[in-house]
Design a protein around this ligand. Structure first.
Ligand code: 76G
Ligand code: MG
Length: 215
């Protein structure tokens, strides 16, 4: 059967990127998705905003919800200092298998823990299994209707503490209206919308950054 789109993305990385060079992996994926086939990576425009938030937060522990091919995992991990790490959850085993190879090609496997499973099942085990106290940064990029329930679950599990930054992709397209309403109206979050575009297109999309203010 035909290869899958994630497999074709991995091929583009193996053809165009240099092993151990995260920027070349990012550039190879962006080139493929802009000129060959669209894919749901956060992309270069929103990716630059992601980079600036990671640099501003200088997180020690990051949670990414939704790995896909590992594009944003590589963007985040390449900016982390030694000792910092990103735990990334992926539900789809085929996506996870490709992401592991993309992350390995970039040479960042020591900074990444890829967990296969559904966010609702994995989040309650985070403290026990991974010795995480609280996350400094959470990048939400998974099922759009899971953004709000998983944010509430993270709060209940004590994985969001004063100062934790939530950064959510696709708040306009496909859209996460209930999540936006919650973080923008809750007295416990300070929210800011970074206007941008849907990856590799002219359609509007953006990232919402929400800082938890504590109880
Ligand atoms: O669905 C999107 N992303 C989530 C994929 C769901 C994968 C999951 C990961 C995981 C981990 C843990 N638990 C549960 C889950 S479920 C997505 C879709 C578009 C888009 C935009 C316009 C279109 F016309 C068509 C697609 C753009 C984007 O940037 C996206 O991120
Ligand atoms: Mg996205």
């Amino acid at each position: 059967t035909r290869t899958s789109r994630p497999q074709r993305i991995l091929k583009a990385v193996q053809r165009k990127a240099t092993v151990g060079d995260p920027q070349s992996v990012i550039t190879a994926i962006d080139h493929f998705c802009r000129h060959r086939e669209w894919a749901m990576n956060v992309g270069d425009e929103k990716g630059s905003i992601l980079d600036s938030v990671v640099n501003e937060v200088s997180p020690v522990t990051v949670l990414e919800l939704g790995t896909y091919c590992g594009y944003s995992t590589v963007r985040i991990a390449r900016l982390l200092p030694p000792g910092a790490c990103v735990i990334t959850l992926e539900f789809n085993p085929d996506y996870a298998a490709i992401a592991r190879q993309v992350i390995k090609w970039s040479g960042l496997e020591d900074k990444v823990q890829l967990v296969e499973g559904a966010s609702g099942d994995c989040i309650p085990w985070m403290k026990e299994h991974f010795g995480v106290q609280a996350f400094d940064l959470v990048f939400l990029d998974h099922w759009k209707e899971r953004y709000l329930p998983d944010t509430k679950l993270l709060e209940e599990c004590g994985l969001i503490q004063k100062g934790t930054v939530l950064l959510a992709d696709n708040v306009i397209c496909p859209g996460t209206p209930d999540y936006l309403e919650y973080v923008r109206n809750s007295p416990r979050y300070n929210s800011h919308y970074y206007r941008s575009h849907l990856e590799y297109t002219k359609a509007e999309d953006g990232l919402e950054k929400s800082v938890f203010l504590g109880y």
